[in-house]
Ligand binder design. Sequence first.
Ligand code: BEZ
Length: 259
Amino acid sequence: MPEQQWNSALYEKRHAFVFGYGQGLVELLAPQADEVILDLGCGTGQLTYQIAQSGARVIGLDHSETMLATARQNYPELRFVQGNATSFALDEKFDAVFSNAVLHWVTEAAAAAKCIAAALKPGGRFVAEFGGRGNVSNIIEATQMVLRQYTGHDVPHGWYYPSIGEYSSLLESCGLEVTQAWLFDRPTPLEGEAGMRNWLTMFAERMFVELNAAQKEEALTEIEMYLRESNYDGGQWYADYRRLRLLSIKQGSIAVSGS
Ligand code: BEZ
């Protein structure tokens, strides 16, 4: 499957809800002034900045140089580094690893979980939210149904949407204890009459690679037509997001002062 390409300007303009919703996750993280925190998949840096407001020292890590360039421009006082969720190894250990709306892009989930566990201090926490089991299922179903007419086969969507059980087992196998987990629907408004088309163009581009430009336009119109039944209400498009949110703690002894 081709790699997702990111347009940081469009992402900031049309998809600001991604970091808007992330604010609740920062509350679950509850960053403290003396902590060192890694923002895994920091994108354009808005949540990295918000975490830094607590006084914690935060490093933002992202795979995309385009996103990092915008993050550095937005917040020149913060540190942003390039790295891949499945292979990163930084010099220091963290009190917490935070990740919002990123891990559904990481199909090599076991490799990412290993890196996250290795990056944490004993007792350190991993706080994450991303698409969970059933995420955007209407969008996927309509897109695959329409694309099948052009390609003759089921086009893979390429995202990773685990259940609570599946992801918790994975984290436990890496020495992280899951203390809280939620799977919940979050229908997410998309901006404007072209909201669904823009979402598909921005995030599902990889599914359309076998189509030429004219076929793509035609397919998008047909997908919109199907989704109008399920994902359009009162003049507003919605993405049928389903979030997996969890808090986990790295096992191992923590130094207790005075002991
Ligand atoms: C999500 O946040 O759930 C998501 C975003 C883009 C593509 C797929 C899922």
